[in-house]
Design a protein around this ligand. Structure first.
Ligand code: HEM
Ligand code: HEM
Length: 178
C-alpha cells in the first residue's frame, strides 16, 4: 500500500489519543458523584471538566489539521457504505465538538469556572442561573449516549473491514512509525 493511502502520523496519533480520552471521559462521567444544584466542580467532576475541554481542543486541532494536510479518499466500496462511513465520520467530528460545548454551557449556568485541562481559565458560555443552560445538562447526557451508539456503529464498521473484507482499512489508521 502506498504511503498516500494511509492517514498521516498526526491524524493517527490524534485519532487514537482522542479515543483514549473519550473512554476515560465516560468512565469519569460514570464514577463522578451526581451533579445537583449545590454540587461543586471538585474531584472527579473537575477531572471530567478538564478531560472534556481537552477533547474539545484536540478535536478542533484535528479538524484544522485535516483541512490543512487532507485525508486519503475512502477505499472504494458499495455506494451506501461510502455514504454511511462519511455520515458516521461527520457525526463523530460534529458530535465531539458539540458535546463538550453543551457540558461547558451547563457548567457555566451552574456558576462554575471552567478550566481547560484543569489549568487555563475559560470564559463562561452561559450566565449563572440561566434556565436554558441548565436544560443543556440533560441534552449533554442524551447526546453523550447517542454518540456512544455512533461509536459502536463506527467500530462495527471498522471490524467488518478488518475481519470480513480484510481490505486494509484498519491499516490506514493503525499506529505505526512514519
Ligand atoms: C467528549 C466529552 C464529554 C463526554 C463524553 C461527556 C460525557 C458525559 C456523560 C455520559 C454524562 C452523564 C453521566 C450520567 O449518566 O450520570 C455527563 C454529565 C455531565 N458532564 Fe460531561 N462529557 C463530556 C464533556 C464535558 C465537559 C467539557 C463539561 C464541562 C465543561 C462536562 C460537564 C458535565 C456535567 C456538568 C454533567 C452533569 C450534567 C447534569 O447532570 O445536569 N462534560 N457527561
Ligand atoms: C476501537 C475504536 C475505534 C476503531 C477500531 C476505529 C477505527 C478507525 C479506522 C480504521 C478509521 C479509518 C477509516 C478509513 O480508512 O476510511 C477511522 C476513522 C475515523 N475515526 Fe475511528 N476508530 C475507533 C474509535 C473512534 C472514536 C472514539 C472516534 C471519535 C471521535 C473516531 C472517529 C473517527 C473519525 C472522525 C474518522 C475519520 C477520519 C477522517 O477521515 O478524517 N474513531 N477509525
Amino acid at each position: 500500500m502506498s504511503d498516500q493511502a494511509v492517514y498521516n502520523p498526526v491524524a493517527r496519533a490524534l485519532h487514537w489519543g482522542i479515543l483514549l480520552l473519550i473512554a476515560l471521559e465516560f468512565v469519569l462521567a460514570w464514577l463522578m458523584p451526581d451533579v445537583r444544584r449545590d454540587t461543586q466542580p471538585v474531584g472527579l467532576i473537575a477531572w471530567h471538566v478538564g478531560v472534556g475541554t481537552s477533547i474539545l481542543v484536540l478535536m478542533l486541532l484535528r479538524l484544522v489539521w485535516r483541512g490543512a494536510a487532507g485525508a486519503p479518499a475512502l477505499l472504494p466500496g458499495p455506494t451506501w457504505q461510502e455514504h454511511l462511513a462519511k455520515l458516521v465520520h461527520g457525526l463523530l467530528y460534529a458530535g465531539f465538538l458539540v458535546l463538550p460545548l453543551l457540558g461547558w454551557a451547563n457548567a457555566s449556568s451552574r456558576g462554575w469556572t471552567v478550566h481547560l485541562a484543569g489549568w487555563l481559565r475559560l470564559p463562561g458560555l452561559a450566565p449563572k442561573g440561566a434556565g436554558w443552560g441548565h436544560e443543556l445538562g440533560d441534552v449533554h447526557q442524551v447526546v453523550a449516549y447517542t454518540l456512544l451508539g455512533v461509536i459502536g456503529l463506527h467500530v462495527a464498521g471498522a471490524l467488518y473491514h478488518a475481519v470480513v473484507l480484510r481490505d486494509g482499512t484498519m491499516q490506514r489508521m493503525w499506529p505505526r512509525r512514519g
